[in-house]
Design a protein around this ligand. Structure first.
Ligand SMILES: *Cc1c(COP(=O)(O)O)cnc(C)c1O
Length: 406
């Protein structure tokens, strides 16, 4: 059917996750619905990225894409560091063997307690505003530890091709680049330990040329801003934004040219403009999105005026993105399959809906699936990132799903 299904193994006509067929996995988990993350697919994906990245570029994992602790433990052994965006994500990252010095804490609206946590743990605080610099100063005084800070910069350019823009123009993220020199001037007065810069122009980009351009312009801008810094730039987080295909209209991202571009930067602009900087690329969905699948069981099959519906025990409260209500402008079907009849021939279009009492709870609209009925298992792919934790689990008061790493 689609490439997404191809990434998973098949076993005796059934989908397999981590080498276990889906019926057996469902029995092992104990109930449906559930999310399953394939450890080997995550490992493989990190290796693919590593193969194109220059050796000296660090690869970070953006925890908000999927913060499940067991997955973080696995990723801790694969990536160089973590990027977190809340005090709880920070605690979960610190529970792994990844050293605090390899963790960055970004995100607007950090509380005083979160800033204090960051300073005390020794992670890089990615400062999002002038106010946060003052909070960092106070936390440094209170703890007697000079906060390690990087300024998150809202660049003076935008990146085309992003599904979600997080940089350029007016933004709640970062300090506008034209105000960065003023912010840098306060760092020494505040007794803060300047590390460098962080820029993140946009998410879910499938166009390598746009990502390359953003990386080049980020290095140039950081080089210019670094002239006004109280010390050398020792850290530059280039962001990420590598997208994954969600629908049959999406072409997978071509990593090759991104790797070449980074090799060029590491041979030219970086040693020239930022000779002491550790370059970091931070990826969330690209590392885990395609390694996850949401499994839900059919509880009803009904026809209504010539249309066939499969009603499942899960829904948009667990996997909002597949319903089209998480950032999509036009709803398109995510890859979907009958997991326990993965090789069977399509038997006509059905509409797969969740168990919530709202027409928004649509998981597959007129999809070609093999004949399926009560008890069959439906798999929704591309569920490894922004799945469970990006969904309104309390909506309609159903039980929360389980998550397993296999
Ligand atoms: C969300 C986020 C990411 C990860 O984005 P993906 O699209 O999942 O790769 C990276 N960096 C920052 C600062 C973020 O907020």
């Amino acid at each position: 059917m689609t490439a997404a299904i191809g990434a998973f193994e098949r076993m005796d006509g059934r989908l397999a996750v981590g080498g276990i067929d889906v019926e057996r996995l469902a029995a092992r988990v104990g109930s449906t619905p559930f999310f399953a993350y394939d450890r080997a697919l995550v490992t493989q994906r990190v290796a693919e990225v590593r193969a194109v990245l220059p050796e000296r570029v660090h690869l970070h994992y953006a925890v908000k894409a999927n913060p499940m602790p067991a997955l973080l433990q696995h990723l801790s052994g694969l990536v160089d560091g973590f990027d977190v965006a809340s005090g709880i994500e920070l605690r979960n990252a610190l529970d792994t063997p990844t050293p605090a010095s390899r963790i960055g804490f970004a995100g607007p609206g950090k509380s005083e307690a979160e800033v204090c946590q960051a300073v005390a743990s020794g992670v890089v605080l990615e400062v999002e505003s002038e106010r946060e610099l003052v909070v960092a100063r106070d936390a440094s005084v209170a703890t007697g530890i000079a906060a390690r800070v990087a300024l998150r910069v809202n660049p003076d350019f935008t990146v085309r091709g992003s599904g979600m823009r997080l940089g350029g123009g007016p933004q709640q993220f970062g300090i506008d680049s034209e105000r960065v020199p003023t912010a840098l001037a306060t760092l020494s007065d505040y007794g803060l330990d300047f590390q460098g810069f962080h820029m993140f122009a946009g998410s879910q980009n499938l166009r390598h040329a746009d990502i390359c351009e953003a990386q080049r312009r980020t290095v140039e801008l950081a080089g210019r801003l670094g002239d006004a810094a109280p010390g050398p730039v020792r850290y530059l987080n280039l962001g990420g934004g590598f997208g994954i295909p969600y629908t049959d209209r999406d072409q997978p991202l071509d990593l090759g040219p991104i790797g070449e571009n980074l090799h060029e930067l590491m041979a030219g602009a970086v040693p020239k403009l930022l000779p002491q900087a550790q370059i970091v690329v931070e990826l969330g969905r690209y590392l885990v999105g395609e390694a996850g699948v949401y499994i839900t069981r059919v509880v009803d099959r009904k026809s209504s005026r010539c249309k066939t519906f499969l009603v499942v025990d899960g829904g948009m409260h667990h996997q909002l993105a597949a319903s089209g209500n998480f950032g999509q402008v036009i709803r398109r079907n995510f890859p979907i399959a009958v997991a326990n009849r993965i090789d069977a021939e399509p038997a006509g279009p059905v509409t797969v809906v969740g168990c919530l009492c709202t027409p928004l709870d649509l998981l597959g609209d007129n999809v070609e699936l093999p004949k399926a009925g009560i008890g069959d298992l439906i798999a929704l792919f591309q569920a490894g990132a922004y799945g469970l934790t990006a969904s309104p689990t309390a909506f309609l008061s159903h039980p929360a799903p389980l998550e397993v790493v296999v």
